[in-house]
Design a protein around this ligand. Structure first.
Ligand SMILES: *Cc1c(COP(=O)(O)O)cnc(C)c1O
Length: 396
């Protein structure tokens, strides 16, 4: 037998964390790492946040799970808060980002079905998008590395260039249901939507009776310094997928929608055994208390500005290696002139600094949202120490 007990679908590295504290992770051998990956934008409150761990422990001892066949005071309370804080009128809770995207796709299809237009089933999505790993979510991206060998995929998707408004509009036909788009592509390399692009998609939806479905699984929940990234653009979606930061490490996601967009999602059309159970809701409440706390989003903006400024300052000193900074708030990407995977491994193995590589040779910088200036300074020191001695592979 050569297959590992854990199905070998991840290229797992030598870091084997067993404990976390704030912005630091500790490996099996006691090595301390500065965690500017945050479980890929999940650990918004860092590791071991006292309010979050207490909420989970208390709720686990009180009531962990009941079926969605029963009334849910816990779910109603968190959904009401999200409705009060956003464009949405209604929320479906999931256990992951891909499930939130699935619910969003189903909601969009059912909307047109309920309107008597079942032929309007195609979502226009974008090249290099990442929406998760279910069959629906991989059908919604053009990325071959995620799709190959899993055909036949789900019909009903068309692919335009990200930030190419005209190209996207040109794909609209009698079968179009709407657009599914990330305001900032995470996995794809931190491409950031231009205002003209997102606002143009919104306008086209209004003109053609289409739905704007945003995937804010990575960019949402305070990551960019606004509660949701679309707030930077002065637009609202009709449907939105949320996850990652929403549970601060507890598996939780959500699909938010307006009453109009959710008109087809009636009794029996969708479900999830675990989705929104009392334990998940307790985690969600604790995270939201912190994110909505006085000054928290401003703190993210301030830290994001500091971090961006130090990255930008570093570029001229290392211009053989660094090209540009992308992203917003604490969802930043450092575009390299060389392979980003190898550099991310070097930062990790030689400088105990955790980042995430993304498409297009980008180093993703996604610290917990609770970092302070000392963490920015420590990050900057580690990154410049690394850049000074790093030798790119000769074939890069
Ligand atoms: C991570 C991510 C997903 C998938 O979330 P999972 O929890 O892994 O299913 C979907 N969309 C975006 C934009 C993501 O970053």
């Amino acid at each position: 037998m050569t297959i590992t007990p854990l199905m070998p679908v991840y290229p797992r590295c030598g870091v084997r964390p067993v404990r976390g504290e704030g912005v630091y992770l500790y490996g099996e051998d006691g090595t301390q790492y500065l965690d500017f990956a945050a479980g890929i934008a999940v650990n918004a409150l860092g590791h071991g946040h006292p309010a979050l761990t207490k909420a989970i422990a208390d709720q686990a001892a009180t009531l962990m799970h009941v079926s969605n066949l029963y009334g849910s005071p816990q779910g109603e309370a968190l959904a009401q808060r999200l409705v009060d804080l956003t464009f949405a009128d209604t929320v479906f809770f999931t256990n992951s980002g891909a499930e939130a995207v699935e619910c969003a796709i189903k909601t969009a299809r059912r909307y047109h079905h309920a309107n008597g237009n079942p032929e309007r089933h195609t979502l226009i999505t974008f090249k290099n998008a990442f929406h998760g790993r279910t069959l629906g979510a991989i059908s919604a991206t053009d990325q071959a590395k995620m799709r190959d060998g899993f055909e036949p995929l789900l019909p009903g998707f068309a692919y335009a260039q990200f930030n190419d408004l005209e190209g996207a509009l040109a794909l609209i036909d009698a079968n179009t249901a709407g657009f599914l788009v990330e305001p900032i592509q995470g996995e794809g390399g931190l491409a950031t939507a231009t205002p003209e692009f997102l606002q143009g998609l919104r306008k086209a939806c209004d003109e053609h009776g289409l739905l704007l479905v945003l995937d804010e699984v990575q960019a949402g929940y305070g990551r960019t310094g606004k509660f949701f990234a679309h707030e930077h653009y002065g637009i609202v979606p009709d449907v939105m997928a949320v996850a990652k930061g929403i549970g601060g490490g507890f598996p939780l996601g959500a699909c938010l929608a307006t009453e109009e967009a959710a008109k087809g999602m009636v009794i029996g059309t969708h479900g999830s055994t675990y989705g929104g159970n009392p334990l998940a809701m307790a985690a969600g409440q604790a995270v939201l208390d912190v994110i909505q706390g006085e000054g928290f989003l401003d703190h993210v903006t301030t830290m994001g500005d500091r971090l961006r400024a130090s990255l930008e300052q570093m570029i001229p000193n290392h211009d053989h290696l660094f090209q540009e900074v992308r992203g917003k708030g604490l969802m930043l990407g450092l575009k390299l002139k060389t392979d980003s995977r190898r550099f991310v491994a070097f930062l990790r193995d030689e400088h105990q600094l955790l980042t995430v590589s993304a498409g297009d040779n980008v180093v993703r910088v996604l610290p917990p949202l609770v970092i302070d200036e000392s963490h920015v300074a420590e990050f900057t020191q580690k990154l410049s120490d690394a850049a000074r001695v790093y030798v790119p592979a000769s074939d890069d």
